[in-house]
Write a protein that binds this ligand. Structure first.
Ligand SMILES: *Cc1c(COP(=O)(O)O)cnc(C)c1O
Length: 424
């Protein structure tokens, strides 16, 4: 490490509090000085091939010039202006474009600045939708085992209560109905019977379509979403898709729900929305939900408004990211990545300590029977020249869609080599 970075790193590490980290025992994080494409340059001079795309956000790779130029232009014109009573082109243009690519009557965009808050807003919208209709007592949600929807108090309560990271908070969380996904017709019938008894207390059903991400990269068939749409309609519940992870091409289609051919009433988006550059999230509601807030009664309005709502820099970045989805063959790139992931990860299933290998779109997950030392495994990946951050029993890759074939090859070689070394 050069003198300058060892100075800021040593001084700053005494003052920083890192995410999901036992600060007493964790190995020190790796100081990064630069990114480019699918490469992360470390302060010690090493370069890692990035397998994570920074928590699934950097779908076009790092430092994409088109997004950089759009943000620079916006910075010169207007970095931010309050969204209460004022609007601007980047936010309105983005809303129009999001509604256009979502379809299905999802046409009202409410901006926030993080995924968790976008889910909170979706839950608030659903609960208040019923209150505005004069239906009280619909305050709970049906959510699913293996699910992850955020780290705030409201969203912790809809995560998997046992497998999730928030078990210790159970006592202060609102009790929701967390059940298994209806993966077959028998399970659908059981859930149907359950809802016949409990739907009157529920505002809606909340699910991550096709892949439950942070809960363990658990994948399910599109039919599951069709079942949930049927059940929601039959029992008069709102259906909320949390596409914060799956949205913007990650599963092979622009949005995961498109593989099921059913639409939600509300959808949440974030992560890849700005191509991994600036924090922004959106909760998009159907016309029916939005109309449920129209009234002569001011109390029927949605009382929510983050300070940095509709941030112009972030909206400019998101518009530039959507340009790239329109102009570049992103979904074809995802399909090509999927082919490589399937081919290269499948053999790992033969290792005795590997429980399962799962691939969908640009997501490749290897589930181990257990991981004794996640820190050591992460170090082994870094020593092999790649950035892969295992969690739970999962080692996964979610590369940028623009990763070069030789970089993906390198990533696969490293993953195979490290996992074959022995029980991690
Ligand atoms: C990451 C994630 C969230 C939370 O987003 P934050 O921006 O970290 O608050 C919510 N839902 C899903 C499906 C996610 O992957």
């Amino acid at each position: 490490m050069d003198a300058d970075s060892s100075t800021w790193a040593a001084a700053g590490m005494r003052h920083i509090w890192l995410p999901y980290t036992q600060m007493q025992t964790a190995t020190p994080p790796l100081p990064v000085v630069r990114t480019q494409g699918s490469r992360i340059e470390l302060a010690d001079g090493r370069t890692l091939i990035d397998g994570v795309a920074s928590w699934w956000t950097a779908c076009h790779g790092y430092n994409h010039p088109h997004i950089a130029a759009a943000v620079q232009q916006q910075l010169a014109d207007m970095p931010h202006v309050m969204f209460g009573g004022l609007v601007h082109e980047p936010a309105l243009r983005l809303a129009t474009r999001l509604a256009g690519c979502l379809g299905g009557g999802l046409e009202r965009v409410f901006y926030t600045d993080s995924g968790s808050v976008a889910v909170e807003v979706a839950m608030k919208m659903a609960v208040q939708y019923w209150l505005n209709q004069g239906a009280s007592g619909r305050t709970r949600f049906l959510a699913f085992r293996g699910g992850y929807h955020g780290d705030t108090l409201g969203t912790m309560a809809v995560c998997d209560p046992d497998e999730g990271m928030h078990t210790r908070f159970q006592g202060m969380l609102i009790g929701h109905d967390i059940v298994a996904l209806p993966v077959d017709e028998l399970a659908e019938a059981a859930l149907d019977a359950y809802l016949a008894r409990h739907a009157h207390g529920l505002a809606g059903i909340l699910v991550e379509p096709l892949v439950q991400g942070a809960g363990g990269m658990l994948m399910h068939a599109p039919e599951v979403l069709q079942r949930l749409r049927r059940l929601a309609d039959r029992h008069g519940l709102l259906l909320i898709f949390d596409e914060i992870f799956t949205g913007f091409g990650r599963t092979g289609t622009m949005f995961a729900f498109q593989q099921a051919g059913v639409w939600p009433d509300i959808i949440t988006l974030s992560k890849a929305l700005t191509g991994g550059t600036l924090p922004l999230a959106a909760t998009v509601a159907s016309r029916r939900i939005f109309d449920g807030f129209l009234s002569d009664d001011p109390g029927h309005a949605l009382m929510h408004g983050p300070t940095f709502m509709g941030n112009a820099l972030a909206c400019a970045a998101a518009n530039a990211s959507l340009d790239l989805f329109e102009q570049a063959p992103r979904l074809a790139q995802v399909a090509a990545i999927e082919t490589v992931l399937r081919e290269r990860l499948a053999p790992l299933a033969a290792l005795p300590w590997v429980a399962d290998v799962r691939v969908l779109g640009a997501i490749g997950a290897v589930e181990l029977r257990q991981i004794h030392d996640r820190e050591a495994l992460k170090r082994r990946f870094a020593d092999a020249g790649v950035w892969i951050r295992p969690f739970g029993r999962i080692a996964y890759v979610t590369p940028a869609f623009t990763i070069a074939p030789e970089e993906l090859d390198f990533l696969m070689d490293a993953m195979g080599k490290v996992l074959a070394q022995g029980q991690p």
